[in-house]
Design a protein around this ligand. Sequence first.
Ligand code: DX5
Ligand code: ZN
Length: 218
Amino acid sequence: MVPNSLVVAPSILACDFGRLHEEVRRAEAAGADWLHLDIMDGHFVDNISFGPAFVDFVARAATVPLDVHLMIERPDHYFPRFVKSAANITVHVEAQHDVSKTLAAIRAAGRTCGLALRPATPFEAAVPFLDQIDLLLVMTVVPGFGGQPFMPETLPKVQAAQEARTRLGRNFRIEVDGGINDQTAALSREHGADTFVAGTSVFGAPDMAAAVRKVRGT
Ligand code: DX5
Ligand code: ZN
């Protein structure tokens, strides 16, 4: 199995919305491989962020793939509105939908599909879908807000995902999201993660390019 290349995806939730296009260009100049966009509906998580029109606006300045993370109750109903601008669309296994059907529909729409697990959700919940995904998102904070501390108790789940990927001969990406900085990225990498979402630690850094390099481990 060829291991996946390492990807760093700065989370737009942590940027200065008042200078959105400048922030997109700053993240790309700093070495962002993807940009991560957190969609929150105020039901699945206790926060409301932004929607399809905002993602389309980001896409007007972005030249890297957009990684859309749907923290919403009905991703089956809303994902089509993100197909125009997203490269990857990730849905939560805990949301109110037919997971398998939604994943297949995202791929049928020509986008890669991801499946996300909250910290409290065991890896076993993802097992029925591992042959349908391009990416598994192991949340390393309780979803809903940026700037939270990393939850090390999620690391065994990253490891379980890597072991399952090897055992099954699959090559889905393993993404970690929440409280990711140079130290927690290194820990996550040791356990098998290859895709790193970072908001506060990179957008808040005095030298964003150095922060992105540290998350990537180069
Ligand atoms: C949290 C989001 C994360 C968050 C990451 O619900 O899914 O993507 O924006 O932000 P930091 O890196 O600041 O924890
Ligand atoms: Zn996210």
